[in-house]
Design a protein around this ligand. Structure first.
Ligand code: TNX
Length: 540
């Protein structure tokens, strides 16, 4: 009896303890969860370039390690894009999520990438991102649009990259409807691999950096006085000798045709068209040094490792010059699936001006004979241009206007705004300053249409940020000169003019800075940006 009674008491005490435990679990659990939940919240406030429209719908989508990417139609291109998204999610959240094929349709696939060719407004590169409580959907007319949309998701996940929260927790993504498409067709970055040479892996890394900002052109400045960087089989000495050095006299280098093809393919998979530039008739000392026959007097100059411009010229009135150009353009055209060949044409101070005018016309015919569209720096407008020839503006508005009057479209690279090789301030160690100092706000606060008086929207193909590399030695230098200015050029090229403003942009950029720090990207800590902004907000 007594024993039984004692057991009862023990039973009561035990169940009371269990209940207490349960109650305390219930009260502890939410506070436990709250901390990682806050740290794991994605955001649509940081997107650069700013999308056309963002409509928050006030709820939450939960991304978890079991989330699945559903793709329709599943093919080589869309599989790559799905994989890209998967890798981005993995690198920011640590989740290894899986794919599903088209057969497995059910209501709760968590992420959907859908090509649905029905929304004309979205065009080739636009996308719609619809996030509801159950589904995250990117819809686009073309695979390219899906890929641009995936970059938006990547940026939404930026706030998570530094998170130390446990992986078992869901990533909270605010529900939203985003519709987005570019203002301009051409959004480019130019890398000068001639003044200093950069490896295939550096160029691929650059591609990785720029796709995040929805750039779609990579212009490679492949030849200049200091080096010839693309192998030409019919003129092998161009690279063997002409590619052997660089600015400062160090060992140069060059891309074999296989290297170049590797870059082109890598970029193409990421919806970036490579634009090769073979600069002529000036900026040709490396070629002249490699082949005596290209010189009017038949004598080759020395290789050049300084940084002066405007002293070299191909021999305009010699047949061998055009045999050379034909061979080079033929080989480069064969290696380049994109429609464009850039022929430079800038700073031909060592070429007689009448000769120059005739030369450009002749080269334009050669480019066309290989089925390509010619691009040149604005000096080419002194010649008679075909209306599909594209003019790249950098310095003189009157020259650019001459192109417009001939029916050419402009790529806008005003040196006082878009030249990524200009110093930020007088204290910047790298860079030149002949076009001025370009702070982050200078690179952001301009518009391609109002930059030159008399130009209208339809005359502008887009924008491009050139990085000349007289003072740029390695990838870390490349990053330092491009960031944080380059995202501003991306926004100018992609976003609608009315949607842009410096105050809002500054805040978004600060959040990108936190991401760059996390991934070890070297960038200039401009005093114009409050880089700690995100920390102040989240510690409130
Ligand atoms: C001008 S822009 C050049 C380049 C130099 C650059 C340096 C242009 C078409 N030509 O040859 O590298 O300035 O900022």
């Amino acid at each position: 009896m007594n024993n039984k009674y004692n057991f009862r008491i023990i039973e009561y005490i035990l169940s009371a303890l269990i209940i207490l435990q349960l109650v305390s679990c219930k009260t502890v659990a939410p506070t436990d969860e709250r901390k990682p939940m806050r740290e794991l919240k994605a955001s649509f406030d940081n997107i650069i370039p700013v999308p056309v429209s963002i409509n928050p719908t006030g709820s939450i989508f939960r991304l978890n390690p079991n989330s699945i990417i559903y793709i329709e139609p599943m093919n080589y291109e869309t599989r790559f894009i799905g994989q890209y998204l998967k890798d981005q999610i993995k690198s920011t959240t640590g989740y290894g999520i899986t794919f599903l094929t088209a057969e497995a349709i059910s209501a709760d696939e968590n992420i959907r990438l859908i090509i649905d060719d029905r929304d004309e407004l979205l065009g080739q590169e636009g996308y719609e991102l619809i996030i509801t409580e159950n589904l995250l959907t990117i819809k686009a007319n073309k695979a390219e649009g899906l890929f641009r949309g995936v970059q938006t998701i990547s940026q939404m996940l930026f706030p998570l990259v530094n998170s130390s929260a446990p992986l078992s927790k869901d990533v909270l993504i605010p529900t939203v409807e985003i519709k987005d498409y570019p203002r301009f067709e051409w959004r480019g970055v130019m890398l000068d691999v001639a003044r200093h040479f950069f490896s295939v892996s550096d160029v691929k890394k650059l591609v990785d950096r720029i796709v995040l900002y929805k750039f779609n052109r990579l212009h490679l400045h492949l030849t200049d006085d200091q080096g010839w960087r693309i192998q030409i089989n019919s003129w092998p000495n161009l690279t063997i000798y002409g590619g052997s050095t660089q600015v400062g006299g160090g060992v140069g280098g060059y891309f074999t045709q296989e290297d170049y093809t590797e870059i082109v393919k890598y970029a193409e998979q990421r919806y970036i068209i490579v634009v090769p530039e073979i600069d002529m008739p000036g900026h040709t000392n490396a070629a002249l040094a490699s082949y005596p026959v290209l010189n009017c007097d038949g004598i080759s100059p020395e290789l050049y490792t300084g940084i002066k411009v405007g002293f070299s010229s191909l021999c305009i009135n010699k047949d061998s010059t055009y045999i050379f150009i034909d061979d080079v353009i033929r080989e480069v055209s064969e290696l380049t699936p994109g429609p464009y060949i850039h022929i430079g044409g800038d700073e031909a101070m060592a070429t007689d001006s009448v000769d120059y005018i005739n030369f450009i016309v002749r080269v334009q015919d050669i480019i066309q004979s290989y089925g390509k569209q010619m691009i040149g720096w604005e000096e080419i407008t002194q010649s008679r241009l075909k209306s599909n020839t594209i003019v790249q503006h950098w310095r003189k508005s009157q020259l650019a206007m001459k192109g417009v009057h001939q029916g050419s479209k402009l790529i806008m690279s005003p040196s006082t705004k878009a030249y990524m090789d200009m110093k930020y301030t007088p204290d910047t160690e790298l860079g030149l300053h002949w076009a001025g100092y370009i702070e982050v706000s200078d690179a952001y606060n301009w518009d391609p249409v109002t930059q030159i008086i008399g130009v209208s929207d339809k005359d502008i193909l887009g924008v491009e940020a050139p990085l000349w590399t007289e003072t740029v030695l390695n990838f870390s230098d490349i990053e330092f000169m491009l960031f944080p200015r380059l995202p501003g050029i991306a926004e100018i090229g992609w976003s609608q003019a009315e949607a842009r403003n410096w105050e809002g942009y500054k805040m978004r950029l600060a959040n990108h800075g936190a991401y760059w720090k996390a991934i070890g990207l070297n960038f200039y800590r401009s005093p114009e940006i409050d880089w700690d902004w995100i920390i102040k907000i989240s510690s409130k």
